[in-house]
Write a protein that binds this ligand. Structure first.
Ligand code: HGY
Ligand code: MN
Ligand code: MN
Length: 430
């Protein structure tokens, strides 16, 4: 009996890069919008909107056309199963997300889902059965851009977030996750608790500059950094912009500005190894009028660090500063933690498989920690999980219509995912 590696090299399959790229374009046309800043065509498929519903139906149609059995669970996660020689064996799962931020490109998340379908197509064309079933999944609201917490669907599947809590989350218009799942026809009836798969592999764009700058073909992802999201409501007192002396003001806008500058000082300080990344992405002044001192400010803080213990220290300092600001500016600062995940490490075994198959394909590679959150970090709680990163052009910009990876970059990543999945799907055991 030939060793796996010999057999594998002999029959190394490769995906159809044109077909993969065309499928990314086709999905990217659903929810396409003309970006007013860049003039580029971007993607806007916020979770559980009509556009997300259309994107979901488009992908489910492809899953069914491939003869996969499709299951939709109660948080709207979709799993498409290709049977294996041993239907009782735990499946190998590939997946990601197809919901997007409001100013997205066509690669973020979609590469992992459509890449998974391309792996299935390639195996089918080669009449290549695998011992284990293979499942391609997409998870609900990975971005957190509408319902305020990221990796929602995969966190429910991995039991980190309870279903009823997830269902009750609301967007800014007060619409609930459950109501919006129903509205787009994806409130499934399958249980959300995922039976732990044999392993999970996700191919995703890096969304940053490192791999392209190092001129390597792909990233072997070692883990994901620690993440915390806060939503703040800062309440002061509205007043006339002209007649109110500065010393009488209780201006939440000044408080919000001081918080943003304080974050900058924390990032630059040595206390956090200069690896802290802090972003204020949303600031809304109310009533938002040129001649009125605001009475309320809604703002968000997104803060991350490779080491959760360091992030914890930073969060303690930040929350203490909220209290200082409240006192000094005589405002009320309420903050809610809307997302909080520790840094995680991916399974060394899966990392080694990614590295081995990249080498076997003659692809250059480097280890990299993910700065972005991913569904894979939730799957890592229930099974050996890993990621293949694909470089991006234009300094790897993402969450922006300029997001771009070449056909070859995408094909390299999905081919390595194919190799890793096929090897995992032949592994013995339950
Ligand atoms: O925000 C993130 O890290 C991811 O893109 N959801
Ligand atoms: Mn993503
Ligand atoms: Mn994203």
């Amino acid at each position: 009996m030939k060793r796996y590696d010999e057999r594998m090299t002999a029959t190394r399959l490769s995906i159809d890069a044109d077909r993969l790229y065309a499928s990314l374009d086709a999905l990217g046309r659903i929810g396409a919008y003309q970006d007013e800043h860049s003039g580029l065509v971007g993607v806007r498929r916020l979770a559980l909107t009509a556009e997300d519903g259309a994107g979901r139906r488009h992908v489910v149609e492809q899953m069914r056309a491939l003869g996969l059995s499709v299951t939709i669970d109660r948080i709207g996660n979709v799993y498409a199963r290709r049977e294996g020689r041993d239907p009782r064996a735990k499946p190998v799962l590939m997946g990601s997300h197809i919901d997007s931020v409001a100013t997205a490109g066509r690669f973020d998340g979609c590469l992992g889902v459509l890449g998974g379908l391309e792996v299935v197509r390639t195996l089918d064309e080669a009449k290549r059965a695998t011992r284990r079933p293979i499942v391609v999944a997409f998870f609900t609201e990975e971005e957190g851009a509408r319902f305020s917490t990221d990796m929602l669907g995969s966190a429910v599947a991995a039991r980190r977030i309870a279903l009823d809590k997830a269902w009750a989350l609301t967007d800014r218009a007060g619409k609930t996750v459950k109501g919006e799942l129903e509205a787009i026809g994806f409130l499934g009836d399958a249980p959300v608790e995922l039976d732990p798969p044999h392993a999970y592999v996700e191919c995703h764009i890096e969304q940053g500059p490192m791999l392209r700058a190092a001129n390597v073909d792909l990233g072997v992802v070692t883990g994901v950094q620690a993440i915390a999201w806060h939503e703040l409501v800062i309440t002061g007192r509205s007043a006339h912009a002209g007649t109110t002396p500065m010393e009488l003001r209780r201006d939440p806008g000044v408080a919000a500005a001081r918080i943003q500058l304080y974050l900058r000082a924390m990032v630059l300080s040595k206390r956090y190894t200069k690896q802290l990344r802090a972003t204020v992405g949303v600031t809304q002044y109310l009533p938002g009028l040129v001649n009125v001192v605001p009475n309320r400010v809604h703002t968000t803080v997104n803060i991350r660090h490779p080491d959760d213990a360091v992030l914890k220290r930073a969060l303690d300092e930040l929350v203490a500063f909220y209290a200082t600001i409240a006192k000094e500016e005589r405002v009320e600062v309420q903050h809610k933690v809307t997302a909080r995940t520790p840094n995680i490490a991916f399974a060394p075994r899966v990392q080694e498989l990614v590295a081995k198959h990249a080498t076997a394909r003659g692809l250059s590679q480097q280890r990299i920690v993910s700065g972005a959150g991913h569904d894979a970090q939730e799957m890592a709680a229930v099974c050996p999980a890993g990621m293949v990163f694909v470089p991006g052009e234009y300094e790897g910009i993402s969450h922006n219509p300029r997001e771009f990876s070449t056909k070859e970059q995408c094909a390299n990543g999905v081919n390595v995912m194919l190799d890793v999945v096929v090897e995992l799907a032949e592994e013995e055991g339950v």
